[in-house]
Design a protein around this ligand. Sequence first.
Ligand SMILES: [Fe+2]
Ligand SMILES: [Fe+2]
Length: 136
Amino acid sequence: MPLLTWNSNYSVGIKIIDDDHKVLIDMINKACDSIERMEEQKVLIGLVSDMRQYGMQHFSTEEGLMKEHDYPDIESHKKLHNHFIIYAASLDNMHDSDKENLEPLKIFKYLADWLRNHILIIDKKFGSFLIDKGVK
Ligand SMILES: [Fe+2]
Ligand SMILES: [Fe+2]
């Protein structure tokens, strides 16, 4: 069962951002499938690592647009992105023995909640700002 489903409610109105969000949501759901299939922890940590990489790329796209258009809330928005990266990196950098004790569903539920709230509140606010600036 998917943890998140993209629908038009999630649209921030900027195609390049929406497309990235769809990929990230897809990654979370793929991880959820792996958990349901009881795949190894190693596979799951790999998925967290993939999400971290895609997330970093996506955040730099958003932050680039923030700079380009002088977004006033850039610093607070960037801080939230950094929390996500630090969380994913902390999982990535764990010792193998500790990784065995992780609870994958909990991790991906946390990431899904983070992404849902971030898109619906923080990115939507940024999206409205860009739309006002005439960005599509
Ligand atoms: Fe985003
Ligand atoms: Fe963001």
